[in-house]
Design a protein around this ligand. Sequence first.
Ligand code: PGA
Length: 253
Amino acid sequence: MSRIKYVYGNWKMNQGLKEIETFFEELSENQKDWKCVFGIAPQFLHLSKVLNSTQNMNVKVGAQNCSHKESGAFTGDISPVSLKELGCDFVIIGHSERRAFFKESHEVINEKTKLALSLGLEVVFCIGETLEQREAGKVEDVLKEQITKGLEGLTAKDLENVVIAYEPVWAIGTGVTATPEQAEETHAMIRSFLDSDTAFNASTTSILYGGSVKPSNVEGLLSNENIDGALVGGASLKAQDFNALCEEASKLS
Ligand code: PGA
């Protein structure tokens, strides 16, 4: 079964206003013809600017996180209701940096996911093991637990709007990428788990890979049967690299 490929850029806490302008000026004219799904998740404060800059483009725009509640006394939090109202298409939930630095639990990730989906946002649901867990042979257990607990209680209909992003923690921002074989093996395991144990329609679910994806390794990764795209940090910051990633994903879509 061939699924359309994705390239989602996670800008994290990077890019100032000037860099954002340059990025969209330099985004390839060819974007009109790209067959892949592509999108950018800037910092919250820059969502409006990115939405304005992309009005006539096919670029999807997403947030890197959201609150687990719609409204109320949650100082400093960002409601997914406001994200939807603003025009966001997707939200990244459960990124390993949120799990590690902000101590996000499976339960809170589950709450955020349910809420975002109920509002009509696509959820890019991140999972991934640490190096220690990989070396201890626990990859399968860790990923299954993240999926089972994080997506608990979701219906098959909800899950149609979930994209899984497998991001081994040891490959994020380190320059060390999982080999295409390692990534494909893990993606195949994830897909067969989704098939056997969840309400997912596993054959249509998109599973993206993330962790030091760049123009030089994207083809090797995305040409695998079970790797449906990339969630990209560092290499999504420069339009030239992002263009190259999307050109490749488009060819493979
Ligand atoms: P990286 O980040 O591409 O810089 O490794 C990926 C991510 O964290 O989504």
